[in-house]
Design a binder for this molecule. Structure first.
Ligand SMILES: [Zn+2]
Length: 296
């Protein structure tokens, strides 16, 4: 179970989301056949995406699309997040899942090298009812993901945010994965901030705390330095879910236009498509393609 919990610290002046995504990231590793480095990258990316389901999606039918495009060998990373009352639903895909790089000199997986630090983080919040978009675009800081999202919240949202993301990978797969996001409310004081900074200096990394089986509540206390945190919600969950269907792929085929579609019909006599988020295949016969052509 991928648990998520929300807390308030310092009498409501600081909010916090904490999550253990070990199972989710292992599922993503298997689904996309990831290497250790791309597991760490996609795990961090899925973890922050899923947490944003709880912090940045206000209405039930809204969804967020997140894209990271750096100049590293992984290419583009995409995630889409939706949510209901208690569950954040995440799906992810990446151009090149099989990238593997040597460890960095500090022994860590080189996520920043795989993504590349020159590029952009693009976040699109979509409101289904009003059909409006809010788009935020910031340059990448390091390609290490946590820093890049911290910058996004500072620049695009004017929200001071601390983000930690961590994935421990061993030869059997994902050993631990998780993250937390601390956001300061406008009434947070300098004193609160100093206390949090002190707590963060001595706190173990998030993946270490999760591998030591610490509860989300314990983690929240450790990283804020506040023993009296208030639990807002702790039965929240994060799952991998793709909502693709044949209709969406029909629309995709229609959108390539009359000329291209005729070419496919004449040259291939069929179309085999695959969902890059869940690997489900959708096949279109010649007759089906001709029906689509008639709709254009
Ligand atoms: Zn799918």
């Amino acid at each position: 179970m991928n648990r998520v919990a929300k807390f308030l610290a310092y009498d409501g002046k600081v909010s916090l989301v904490c999550t253990n995504t070990t199972e989710l990231v292992e599922e993503i590793r298997n689904l996309h056949d990831l290497t250790p480095t791309t597991t760490a990258a996609m795990g961090r990316f899925a973890t922050i995406s899923g947490m944003m389901g709880f912090t940045d999606i206000k209405e039930k039918d809204d969804y967020i699309t997140l894209q990271i495009k750096g100049d590293g060998p992984m290419g583009k990373l995409i995630s889409v997040v939706k949510r209901d009352d208690v569950t954040s639903k995440v799906k992810v895909c990446v151009d090149n899942p099989h990238v593997e790089l040597p460890l960095k000199s500090n022994g860590k997986l080189d996520v920043g090298g795989a993504i590349g630090k020159n590029g952009f983080l693009n976040i699109i919040n979509k409101n289904e009812v009003t059909d409006t978009n809010y788009t935020g675009l910031v340059p990448l800081v390091s390609g290490e993901i946590a820093e890049d999202f911290t910058e996004y919240f500072a620049q695009s949202k004017q929200k001071p945010t601390v983000i930690a993301l961590g994935v421990l990978v061993n030869k059997n797969g994902v050993k631990s994965s998780g993250g937390y996001m601390i956001q300061l409310m406008p009434d947070a004081t300098e004193e609160d901030i100093v206390k949090i900074e002190k707590a963060l200096e001595t706190a173990p990394t998030i993946s270490e705390m999760i591998s030591q089986n610490k509860s989300l509540e314990d983690i929240a206390k450790i990283v804020t330095g506040d023993e009296n945190i208030l639990i807002l919600a702790q039965e929240l969950n994060m799952i991998y879910e793709c909502d693709c269907n044949k209709e969406k792929f029909e629309k995709g085929l229609i959108s390539i236009g009359k000329e291209e579609l005729s070419k496919i019909i004449n040259e291939d006599g069929k179309a085999d498509t695959i969902c890059h988020f869940c690997n489900k295949e959708y096949h279109f016969s010649k007759e089906e393609l001709e029906d689509l052509l008639n709709e254009i």
